[in-house]
Design a protein around this ligand. Structure first.
Ligand code: GAR
Length: 203
C-alpha cells in the first residue's frame, strides 16, 4: 500500500480544491492512499480558505505583495511545497505566472478552462464562449516554463448549444473540470513519472 501526498495551490473559490478533498483525501484507490497534505493560497481573501478550515487541511497563505519579484516569491513557494515532500502539486485556479525557479523544481499539473493551446490566460472561459467554436472544453496539463503551455495529460470537450449563455457554459466547464482533474491526478500518481516534461507512455 503506498501513500501519495498532494499539495493544492489556489487563488479563489476553491471549488476544485474542495472536489479534490472530497474525492481523494484519505481514499484508497487501486491500492494507493491519496492524502491532501496541504494547500497554499496567494490571496488572503480567497473563498477557498474556508474550505481548508472546513476539512482541516493545513493552509499557508503566501501573499505575493510581500515579495520584490516573482523569483523571490517562487523560491519561498518551492521551499514550502518541498517541506511536505509531496508526490504531486496541483494548481487548481492558482492565478500566477510561475518562473523557472518553480517550474524547474516542482512536479506540477494545472487545470485550464479551455481546449489548449486555444485561449490561454485568465479570460479563457469568456473567450472560448464568444468564439465561433461549436465546442468548449477543459485541459489538464503539466506545468512548464510557458504559461498554460506544458504537455497535455487529459482534455475533453462538450457541445456549445444554440441557446448557451455564459453562465451555462461556465457551469459545464466547472463540472467537467471536477471530473477531469481527479482522473488526471489518479492517472499520474498511479503511473510514476520522473520528469514533468518527458512524454509519459500512458498519455
Ligand atoms: C477554474 O475554472 C480553473 O480552470 C481556472 O480557475 C478556476 C478556479 O476555480 N484556472 C485558470 O484559468 C488557470 N489558467 P476554483 O477556484 O473554483 O477551483
Amino acid at each position: 500500500m503506498s501513500v501519495k501526498k498532494i499539495i493544492v495551490l489556489f487563488s479563489g473559490n476553491g471549488t476544485n480544491l474542495e472536489n479534490i478533498i472530497k474525492k481523494l483525501d484519505k481514499k484508497n484507490i487501486d491500492g494507493t492512499i491519496f492524502q491532501i497534505s496541504g494547500a497554499i493560497c496567494n490571496n488572503k481573501n480567497a473563498k477557498g480558505i474556508n474550505i481548508c478550515k472546513k476539512y482541516n487541511i493545513p493552509l499557508t497563505i503566501l501573499e505575493h505583495q510581500n515579495y520584490k519579484n516573482r523569483e523571490d516569491y517562487d523560491k519561498e513557494l518551492v521551499k514550502i511545497i518541498n517541506s511536505y515532500n509531496p508526490n504531486l502539486t496541483v494548481l487548481a485556479g492558482f492565478m500566477r505566472i510561475l518562473t523557472p525557479v518553480f517550474t524547474n523544481n516542482i512536479k506540477a499539473i494545472n487545470i485550464h478552462p479551455s481546449l489548449l493551446p486555444l485561449f490561454k490566460g485568465v479570460f479563457a472561459i469568456k473567450e472560448s464562449f464568444q468564439s465561433d467554436m461549436k465546442v468548449g472544453g477543459v485541459t489538464v496539463h503539466f506545468v512548464n516554463n510557458e504559461l498554460d503551455g506544458g504537455k497535455i495529460i487529459l482534455q475533453e470537450c462538450f457541445q456549445k448549444e444554440e441557446n448557451e449563455t455564459l453562465e451555462s457554459f461556465a457551469q459545464k466547464i466547472h463540472l467537467l473540470e471536477h471530473k477531469l482533474l481527479i482522473q488526471a491526478i489518479i492517472k499520474i500518481l498511479n503511473h510514476p513519472i520522473k520528469n514533468s516534461d518527458t512524454a509519459p507512455d500512458f498519455v
